[in-house]
Write a protein that binds this ligand. Structure first.
Ligand code: MOS
Length: 734
């Protein structure tokens, strides 16, 4: 049996179910919970990048009225190590300074203002050592990463031979700077102890990861830590793992015996909570005269900290993007005296596609082949790294529909050939791709006797629309209208789900909600079909349609029974099903990716070098859409941040002291409305029967991939200048 096709709510452009709560202030974020006797924590941060604290004078701070505690390494409670995944933390256990902005103390007071004032009175003396801060000067110290998140190297065929035999070669270096996430909502934690139980309201993309990490640091059972994160004002990866301030807030709350709220100031968001690392990448392409790739090598070095590893996997897309007999990738790390970098907006794919897709454009020019045509000549019919078929791939269609919408055939490929009055006009394109990730996830579906339903699942809505799309998935599985469905998420008391990162929430949690909903509906139906008092008694499942909270007999809608009637007659308050959904063998059988194409028009002022993006078309094959509106918004968001990456974003570190120079939104530029043109997002209809029960691929991160390259390629077309160093600022064009 099936829910009726007319009943399909999955895919519809439903408005956000939490939109009203958000615009009326009813949606509570981590720092907004009214907790009795709340105290305020403010952290003190190191002003040097490397060395030791030799003296820390807290007396003036402690004397201030309202100050409840000043905690430093001299009096901090013992921490129980760094169990759990995620980043290694600094929680006041010694006097060692590992990077600028490291939390070296926390002041707690009865008001935020008093805590801020007290923190400013703490005097710290250091024995300073010369920090290593420049990756480019230390490339000779590059090493092979040891962490096992992914194999750092890959090799198919023989790239050296492929390059030697090539008629045309492109060998170039591309660089990307440190970037910071800058979500609207800063990191924030409210820590409340109830006896041995710790409640944390935390701004996080991973409630279960925070639970495990904080429990590990405090040396308590994860079951004694409850993490809640109902609404999150943007994550972009920086909230994808627990950072030091979270256990520090819990430690402080235990010490002062009051709940503690700790919100990082905007300036504190640069340093101790991750960033996208700087990268240096080399791409070597070899090709025949008619544009067939004979070799593709993509190597990258990125920075990590001295105490932890994070790899920006820039070569990952090169492993699967184009058909080529010889492909090699590698990743190296250089340790710097800075905080540990972390996931940021398609880590690896966003930064790596800038290099690879710029190089493909350079090759297209060298061969005098249209850049779309070059990509089509090297279209990968299977994943060349795994030799596996794609679960689905609509990239040809993505090139086609976006090129048509953009008007690509009117392009004169000659640089500086297109003008609008005094401005130089450039058109550029690039390929987008992101893997479909999926992890185990659980969900409970409850059909209530009043005809409503509740879905309970851990997970998070980091602004992406999880509440909304899960409502739609549940509505379809249950055959209950969306208005009658309530989603509970963002609480470790709910069934376990993965971190909301890697664009995997829809595929992972969506699958669990879908299965739980189906099972709950099937249970209900069994009740009716086996019940002599039901008008459906004795019929087969195949004859029944679930719709609008009723079971209807196909082609005979007069025979029907409501969910309420079934449950009430059986004296049941509800019927419930739990699904523990996990990925299966599909990963062994298929390579699973989203694909897309990005088309940019730029207008360059030849006198000032100013670049404005004036048009954008992107087309994407991302499997089944759960919600046409939120998916469209996700892709627009990705493209907007890609424009930021291409033209503006750059975290500048003082080369001597290791402190971020532009640690605020006035100096760290992200795109604003005036920077963004109309963005035209097209979806290619794509049915993927293999990927997961919903056929959904995830739309969180693919939007940013390829964007910086499309812009760099458009800038080259406009100006004849190839910029291989992001961001493309006007000084580089003069
Ligand atoms: Mo995303 S960078 O995996 O939160």
């Amino acid at each position: 049996m099936n829910t009726a096709d007319t009943n399909k709510v999955v895919g519809k452009p439903l408005n956000r179910v939490d939109g009203h709560l958000k615009v009326t202030g009813g949606a509570r974020y981590a720092a907004e919970f009214p907790v009795a006797k709340i105290a305020y924590g403010v952290t003190i941060q190191s002003t040097i990048a490397k060395g030791k604290i030799t003296q820390i004078d807290t007396k003036a701070a402690e004397r201030l009225p309202g100050v409840l505690a000043v905690i430093t390494h001299l009096n901090a409670p013992k921490a129980f190590g760094d169990k759990g995944g995620g980043r290694k933390l600094q929680v006041l256990q010694d006097n060692i300074v590992l990077y600028g902005g490291q939390h070296i103390g926390i002041v707690v007071a009865d008001t935020f203002e008093r805590a801020m004032h007290a923190a400013s009175l703490v005097q710290v003396r250091y024995e300073e050592e010369k920090p290593t801060l420049n990756m480019r000067e230390n490339l000779n110290k590059g090493y092979v990463p040891k962490s096992n998140r992914m194999p750092p190297d890959s090799s198919v065929g023989n790239v050296t031979q492929g390059l030697t035999s090539a008629a045309v070669r492109i060998e170039q270096t591309y660089t990307t700077p440190v970037e910071n996430h800058n979500p609207m909502e800063p990191h924030a934690t409210t820590a409340v102890w109830q006896g041995d139980q710790l409640l944390l309201y935390d701004a996080t993309q991973g409630i279960f990861q925070v639970q495990e990490k904080v429990a590990g640091v405090l040396g308590i059972e994860p079951a004694n830590v409850r993490v809640m994160s109902y609404y999150i004002g943007g994550g972009f990866g920086c909230k994808g793992s627990a950072w030091s301030h979270v256990p520090l807030a819990a430690m402080a709350a235990r010490q002062v015996k009051r709940p503690v709220k700790l919100v990082l100031g905007r300036i504190q968001m640069y340093g101790p909570v991750g960033f996208r690392p700087e990268t240096i990448q080399q791409v070597s392409l070899g090709a025949t005269r008619d544009g067939k790739l004979t070799a593709l090598r993509h190597t990258g070095t990125s920075q990590t900290s001295t105490f932890d590893e994070f790899i920006e996997p820039v070569g990952k897309s090169a492993r699967m993007m184009y058909a080529c007999p010889n492909i090699e990738t590698s990743h190296r790390l250089v340790q710097l005296d800075q905080g540990t970098p972390t996931f940021m907006r398609a880590p690896g794919e966003a930064s790596g596609s800038f290099a690879l897709e710029s190089a493909m454009d350079e090759l297209a020019y060298a061969l005098k082949i249209d850049p779309i045509e070059l990509r089509l000549r090297n279209y990968a019919e299977v994943d060349p790294s795994k030799n596996l078929p794609w679960s689905s791939k609509s990239l040809r269609e993505c090139y086609k529909v976006a090129a048509e919408r953009f008007g690509w055939q009117k392009r004169n490929p000659k640089p500086r050939s297109m003008r609008d009055a005094n401005y130089l006009i450039g058109w550029g394109m690039a390929t987008a791709t992101y893997p479909t990730n999926r992890s185990s996830a659980s969900a409970i579906a409850q059909i209530m006797a009043d005809g409503t339903a509740v879905i309970r699942t851990g997970s998070h809505d980091i602004g992406t629309g999880t509440y909304t799309v899960m409502t739609q998935v549940a509505a379809e599985a249950l055959g209950i209208p969306v208005e009658k469905i309530r989603i509970e998420l963002g609480d470790t008391n709910l069934p376990e789900t993965p971190v909301s990162g890697g664009s995997q929430t829809a595929a992972s949690v969506g699958s669990a909600v879908h299965l739980a909903g189906n099972q709950a509906r099937a249970k209900l139906m069994q009740l009716a079909l086996a019940d002599q008092k039901s008008p459906l008694y004795g019929l087969n499942e195949q004859d029944i349609i679930a719709q609008d909270g009723q079971l209807l007999v196909k082609n005979k809608s007069s025979k029907a029974e409501t969910y309420e009637a079934i449950l009430t007659r059986h004296g049941l308050k509800m019927i419930e099903a739990r699904a523990d959904a996990k990925p299966g063998e599909e990963k062994e059988k298929y390579s699973m990716h989203s694909f897309g194409s990005q088309f940019a028009e730029v207008r360059v002022n030849p006198d000032s070098g100013e670049v404005r993006v004036t048009r954008w078309v992107g087309a994407f094959g991302v499997g089944r859409l759960l919600n046409a509106k939120t998916a469209n918004s996700q892709l627009i968001g990705g493209i907007v941040y890609g424009i930021g990456m291409a033209l503006m974003e750059h975290t500048v570190t003082d080369p001597n002291r290791g402190r971020v120079v532009n640690a605020d939104l006035a100096e760290y530029h992200v795109p604003v409305n005036a920077d963004i043109p109309e963005i035209d997002v097209l979806f290619v209809d794509e049915r993927d029967p293999h990927i997961n029960p919903l056929g959904v691929k995830g739309v969180g991160e693919i939007g940013i991939t390829g964007v910086a390259a499309a812009i760099a390629n458009a800038v080259y077309h406009a100006t004849g200048k190839r910029i291989r160093d992001l961001p493309i600022t006007l000084d580089k064009l003069l």
